[in-house]
Structure formats: structure tokens, C-alpha cells
Design a protein around this ligand. Structure first.
Ligand code: 6PG
Length: 482
């Protein structure tokens, strides 16, 4: 009997996905560039299973049922292209290559188009959930050649995480790089969620002077509220974790954040598409700022250490912080969905936002109860332009407003950096202001560069130029928006 699917790449994610597929009754053919890895896997975790090995790409191809489904679980970038180049001459028309890595979606767009010319189908799929997710149920976000989906769907939906109603956290996202785009936004939101949690932690630790055990209890309690999520849950575990000397391990970790690029891509994309994705972008910059450790140490000496004590009833502040975190999180998701909406319109992907929320409901790093409410919001209005306008989320934003402002103002007053929580509030203030000061900005542009402006008392699309000083000419520059 031939194999149902081949997987290339036996690092931890690849191995765990294979074992997961095997658990669900699929016969998997496993290949790795180095043959020893195949042996190690077959004699180790795969021992006693139906998994078979392949020591060359030819052997892999020969051992697979048609149309062949070959999933690459290798490092994103050139390695993917190099495997595709080697595989294509061995494949038949109608065969399917799947890239399950964290690929930047323009690469997936390119690969789908290039392989289409050769009659090969290509799927670029986000896979989220880390090692454990891959093993027991990840969130899977596939996009690319739609013709390939019916062949891959049963396997992917079987191995994916399930919601509380047993719905698979995996569905077809859209054409081209849509799957990898949605995974990229997932990661951007992951950056935002993590940053928001760290801001709350710093406020509790430095502002309220709380111990790690106290903070752990707070996160345990928060996890029983609307904030219920994987990231809040692991934060409570981390805060309670003691090093061998009994001290909290988290305080021994160097405060410089790493990043592999997906958050940055999300920010770059938002700039490209003109979407005010402020919270995620602030979260990326917060990681960049954290990595300037030596400069920060010097600057603290230069400017003096801040005493950022927050006075007042601790319990009241903790509840205010919870509300600020929740409200900020709504803004982050609202911005992320705005970005997806713009990308969907620009690329003709026809994204189903309710389905995206469902795919993120379980298995992935940002999984949370909250995503069910997002799904409900898009069930009510599939073209909702701002998540915060949905009545459930609008209610939370309104109820949290006063606490959120207090936390933001206090952080500014005492000097605790909270870039994501404060930028979220500023965004909402801007978004809910019918008239912003951009009129003055337009006047400035017209003043120094004759860039023209539209008038409130004239139809949109009619452009005017004023000779502000009497010295400039009446000639205006061409009007265009980038
Ligand atoms: C997931 C994660 C994963 C990502 C890591 C690291 O969905 O399972 O998003 O894909 O690679 O979280 O990302 P950074 O190194 O950029 O923090």
C-alpha cells in the first residue's frame, strides 16, 4: 500500500505532524536531507507505527499515492525553493506540494503561479501551535491552488485542533498566499498579545510592587474571565516557575526579545496597505527597543533610575489593568482584521473572517475564548469594518474606557512604558473622532509644496491650491496618494 502523504523535514514540527497524521490513520512517508535523521526517527518516535522512511526524493515520490501530496516542513526561504526545484522533475501533473513553514506570503504567491505553469498544485499553509500543537492538534491555515484542497482537506482537518463544538481549526483560506498571509497576521497578533501581557506584568511588578506569586494568582484569575487564553495561562505558569535557588526564573532571563520576522512583515504590510496597525507595530518596536540593552543600561545611568511606584488600592488597579488589557486586545484584533480585509480586497482573496476566527479558536498560540466572540461578530456582519463596532465588543470598550484611561495616564505619569496599551487607546480616540487635525496637515502640504487639498464644502475629488504667502505661484503639483 502506498503512502497517503509525504513529509520532508524531520525537525520537531515535522516529526510531530507526521506522528499526528499517523495517529489519525494516514500512512506517512518521511524524508530528511540527512539519512541518519530518517533512521533516528524510524527507530525512535516512529517505532511501531505505520510511518515509512524515504532516503531520497525519488524514493519518496515512488512511495506515494497519486495525486502525490508532499509537505515541506523545512526552514522558510531558499530551502523551500531548492526542494521545489528538485521535486518538480520527479512529479506528475496534478501532484501537490505543501509548504508548512512560516513563509512570507509573497513567496507563496510566486510559487503558486510558477508551479501552476508546470501543472503542479501548491499550497502554502500556516501551521500554528508549536511542538505540542503539531503533535496533538495545530491550527492550520492553508491557501494556494484551490484544486488541491479536496485532496488535502481530510488529512488536515483530521489532524487539526478542534473547537469545543468539534469543528476543525482548519479550513481553506483563499487563493495564492492567503494562508500564509493569515498566518502572518496571526503571528502579528501573537506579538501584540504577548506585549500587552508584558506591559501588565511590568505595571504590577514595578508600579504595584507585587511579588511573583501574587502576579501568578492574578493571571490565574484573569484566565477565568474574558481574557481566557493560552498566552495568559502560560504567563501564570512562567511567573510561578522557580529556579533551582527558589527564585523566580523569569527574573534571571535577559530582557532582550528575539524575533524571527513575522511580526515585522505584518507591520511592513500594514504600511504598504495604509492600514493603521498601531498596536502590533508598537509591539515589534518594543522588541527592537528591548534589544538595545547596552544603550538602555547607559541611558538609565545618564537619566537616573525611575521610581515608578503606583499609589492607591492594589485591587482596584489590578481590575483596571485587566480592563485595559482586554480593551487593548480588542483594538489589536480589530486592527489585524482591518489588515486582512484590505489584503482580501486588494488580492481578491474573499477571506471569510468568521472562519479565520474559528481557525484560531484552538490549537494556535493566540487561541482564546475571545475568538468565539469574534466569530459571532462576523456571523452577524461578515463585512464588519471595525470589530469594536460589534455590540459585544463595543460594550466592553465602553465599560473599560475609564479604567483604561486611568492605567494609560498613570503609566505616563510614573514612567512605566506601555506602548501597546496606550497606542491602542490613542487609536480608538482617533478612530472615533469625526474631525481630525489632518486639515492643518493638508494646509501645510499645500503651503510648502502646492500639494493641494479638498474642501469640506465642495465635493470630494475636487482639489484646491492656495497661494498662502502671496509669493508662491498658482500652479499646483500633481495630486496622488501612495
Ligand atoms: C506559532 C508561532 C510560531 C513562531 C514563534 C516564534 O504560531 O506556532 O507563531 O510560528 O515561529 O512564535 O516567533 P518569533 O521568534 O518571531 O517570536
Amino acid at each position: 500500500m502506498k503512502g497517503d502523504i509525504g513529509v520532508i523535514g524531520l525537525a520537531v514540527m515535522g516529526q510531530n505532524l507526521i506522528l499526528n497524521m499517523n495517529d489519525h490513520g494516514y500512512k506517512v512517508v518521511a524524508h530528511n536531507r540527512t539519512a541518519e535523521k530518517v533512521d533516528e526517527f524510524l527507530q525512535g518516535p516512529a517505532k511501531g507505527t505505520n510511518i515509512v522512511g524515504a532516503y531520497s526524493l525519488q524514493e519518496l515520490v515512488d512511495k506515494l499515492e497519486s495525486p502525490r501530496k508532499i509537505m515541506l516542513m523545512v526552514r522558510a526561504g531558499d530551502v523551500v525553493d531548492s526542494f521545489i526545484d528538485k521535486l518538480v522533475p520527479l512529479l506528475d501533473k496534478g501532484d501537490i506540494i505543501i509548504d508548512g513553514g512560516n513563509t512570507n506570503f509573497p513567496d507563496t504567491n510566486r510559487r503558486v503561479a510558477a508551479l501552476k505553469e508546470k501543472g503542479i498544485h501548491f499550497i502554502g499553509s500556516g501551521v500554528s501551535g508549536g511542538e505540542e500543537g503539531a503533535r496533538f492538534g495545530p491550527s492550520i491555515m492553508p491557501g494556494g491552488s484551490p484544486e488541491a484542497w479536496p485532496f488535502v482537506k481530510p488529512i488536515f482537518q483530521a489532524i487539526s485542533a478542534k473547537t469545543e463544538n468539534d469543528e476543525p481549526c482548519c479550513d481553506w483560506v483563499g487563493n495564492d498566499g492567503a494562508g500564509h498571509f493569515v498566518k502572518m497576521v496571526h503571528n502579528g497578533i501573537e506579538y501584540g498579545d504577548m506585549q500587552l501581557i508584558t506591559e501588565a506584568y511590568q505595571f504590577m511588578k514595578d508600579g504595584l510592587g507585587m511579588t511573583h506569586d501574587e502576579m501568578q494568582s492574578v493571571f490565574i484569575e484573569w484566565n477565568k474571565t474574558e481574557l481566557n487564553s493560552y498566552l495568559v495561562e502560560i504567563t501564570s505558569d512562567i511567573l510561578g516557575y522557580k529556579d533551582t535557588d527558589g527564585e523566580p526564573l523569569v527574573e534571571k532571563i535577559l530582557d532582550t526579545a528575539g524575533q524571527k520576522g513575522t511580526g515585522k512583515w505584518t507591520g511592513i504590510n500594514a504600511l504598504d496597505m495604509g492600514i493603521p496597525l498601531t498596536l502590533i507595530t508598537e509591539s515589534v518596536f518594543a522588541r527592537c527597543l528591548s534589544s538595545l540593552k547596552d544603550q538602555r543600561v547607559e541611558a538609565e545611568e545618564l537619566f537616573g533610575k525611575k521610581e515608578s511606584i503606583v499609589e492607591g488600592d492594589k485591587q482596584v488597579w489590578i481590575e483596571a489593568l485587566r480592563q485595559a488589557l482586554l480593551a487593548s486586545k480588542i483594538i489589536s484584533y480589530a486592527q489585524g482584521f482591518m489588515l486582512m480585509r484590505e489584503a482580501s480586497n486588494e488580492n481578491g482573496w474573499d477571506l471569510n473572517y468568521g472562519n479565520v476566527a474559528l481557525m484560531w479558536r484552538g490549537g494556535c498560540i493566540i487561541r482564546s475564548a475571545f475568538l468565539s466572540n469574534i466569530r459571532d461578530a462576523y456571523d452577524i456582519d461578515s463585512e464588519l469594518s471595525f470589530l469594536g463596532s460589534d455590540s459585544y465588543f463595543k460594550g466592553i470598550l465602553e465599560n473599560s474606557m475609564s479604567a483604561w484611561r486611568k492605567v494609560a495616564a498613570k503609566s505616563m505619569e510614573v514612567g512605566i512604558p506601555m506602548p501597546s496599551m496606550t497606542s491602542a487607546l490613542t487609536f480608538l480616540d482617533g478612530y472615533t473622532t469625526a474631525r481630525l487635525p489632518a486639515n492643518l496637515l493638508q494646509a501645510q502640504r499645500d503651503y510648502f509644496g502646492a500639494h493641494t487639498y479638498e474642501r469640506v464644502d465642495k465635493p470630494k475629488g475636487e482639489f484646491f491650491h492656495t497661494n498662502w504667502t502671496g509669493k508662491g505661484g498658482d500652479v499646483s503639483s500633481t495630486t496622488y496618494n501612495s
